[in-house]
Write a protein that binds this ligand. Structure first.
Ligand SMILES: Nc1nc2c(ncn2[C@@H]2O[C@H](COP(=O)(O)OP(=O)(O)OP(=O)(O)O)[C@@H](O)[C@H]2O)c(=O)[nH]1
Length: 190
């Protein structure tokens, strides 16, 4: 499930992952909740992800809250060009604590890292907050695709591991994987 303030890029991140495209132009805010499926090949096994895209607007909060309970994983987004969206992350975490399962897989993403606008939220700020809450963290761009597939693949790998009872495969470590595989934003700035 994708959560975070309105306009941080949740729908665009999902469309980039699902269709490999970017929704440029007019911003059409999500109404309530929507979902898309995608089947991923995770180390030779097919994993079907059902990804719920929530509306960030406050007025839909009671609708989206009802979906937390059934979520196995949450991608919590802020926009690196929007300080308020970053400041609101703590409120989102409180909401997650109240409504989601205690062992939900959670990842923090700083989106729009391609943007020519000033990055008012620095990478270090995101890293610090993620460390404080023990969350895996990456900067992403729905526009260029930076780290988008990786974020969903990492979640799929973690979920696969959790559902496999006795696996002979080496233990998957989400934090380490994301840290090792995540690409820096410098490669994609215009
Ligand atoms: N430059 C840049 N713009 C982006 C990116 N992701 C989204 N946007 C733009 O940001 C605006 C909002 O994107 P959405 O994906 O609709 O935002 P949302 O979080 O789903 O918003 P709600 O549905 O209201 O919760 C759109 O105009 C997008 O084109 C990105 O990675 N880079």
């Amino acid at each position: 499930m994708l959560v975070g303030d309105s306009g941080v890029g949740k729908t665009c991140l999902l469309v980039r992952f699902k269709d490999g495209a970017f929704l440029a132009g007019t911003f059409i805010s999500t109404v309530g909740i929507d979902f898309r499926n995608k089947v991923l090949d995770v180390d030779g096994m097919k994993v079907k992800l059902q990804i719920w895209d929530t509306a960030g607007q406050e007025r839909f909060r009671s609708v989206t809250q009802a979906y937390y309970r059934d979520a196995h994983a949450l991608l919590l987004l802020y926009d690196v060009t929007n300080k308020a969206s970053f400041d609101n992350i703590q409120a989102w975490l409180t909401e997650i604590q109240e409504h989601a399962q205690h062992n939900v897989v959670l990842m923090l993403l700083g989106n729009k890292v391609d943007s020519a606008q000033e990055h008012v939220v620095k990478r270090e700020d995101g890293e610090k907050l993620a460390k404080e809450y023990g969350l895996p963290f990456m900067e992403t761009s729905a526009k260029t695709g930076l780290n988008v597939d990786l974020a969903f693949l990492a979640i799929a790998k973690e979920l696969k591991q959790r559902t496999m009872k006795a696996s002979s495969e080496p233990h998957f470590r989400l934090h380490e994987y994301v840290k090792r595989e995540g690409r820096g934003a410098f490669c994609c700035r215009p």
